[in-house]
Design a protein around this ligand. Structure first.
Ligand code: SF4
Ligand code: SF4
Length: 166
């Protein structure tokens, strides 16, 4: 079988010097540097004080949804716990104090954000739209225990969550 080789480009002798290419690259770098210095166009931002605005469809970390009555939509069916690929969800079933409204609520609902792979399967599986993917994307902590989110934190508006948690 004949071996096909890619055609080599015809290089001029100046192309072998590298120096013009390096100078061309530096020219671009310094033009950006000058623009930033003159604040004509800022290419960096002061993170975490400044944050990108993500579109609504952006899929970030999961959060729990609270109904208008102030009670979480979750009925502690444990479907999300079962489907979660890295077993990041832990639910302990509790009983709601008004069985006419609902029978079960999660006494404890924990998501280990250190394990969560943001796959969205919990949201897909939930029959009550009680767990949704928020657009929170910054999840950092100085320790693993700081990434374990309990129910109260998961019910909070994610924008209230500090960027760095210890
Ligand atoms: S997004 Fe995926 S990994 Fe994260 S809690 Fe839901 S099912 Fe688990
Ligand atoms: S969040 Fe949804 S799937 Fe998970 S336990 Fe609650 S009701 Fe069930």
């Amino acid at each position: 079988m004949a071996i096909k080789t890619a055609p080599r480009p015809n290089l001029r002798w100046t192309d072998y010097l590298y120096l013009p290419s390096i100078l061309k690259g530096l020219k671009i770098t310094f033009s950006y540097f000058a623009k930033t210095l003159l604040r004509k166009n800022l290419y960096t931002m002061e993170f975490p004080e400044q944050k990108w605005m993500f579109p609504k469809r952006y899929r970030g970390y999961p959060m729990l949804v609270q109904g208008d009555n102030g009670v979480e939509n979750c009925v502690a069916c444990k479907l999300c716990e079962v489907v979660c690929p890295p077993s990041a969800i832990t639910i302990r079933i509790g009983h709601y104090n008004n069985p006419e409204v609902k029978e079960r609520i999660p006494a404890e609902f924990i998501i280990d954000m250190g394990r969560c792979i943001v796959c969205g399967m919990c949201e897909e599986a939930c029959p009550c739209e009680a767990i949704v993917m928020s657009n929170a994307h910054v999840m950092s902590s100085g320790s693993r225990s700081g990434l374990i989110f309990k129910k109260t934190l998961l019910l909070d508006d994610y924008h209230q969550i500090p960027t760095m948690r210890d």
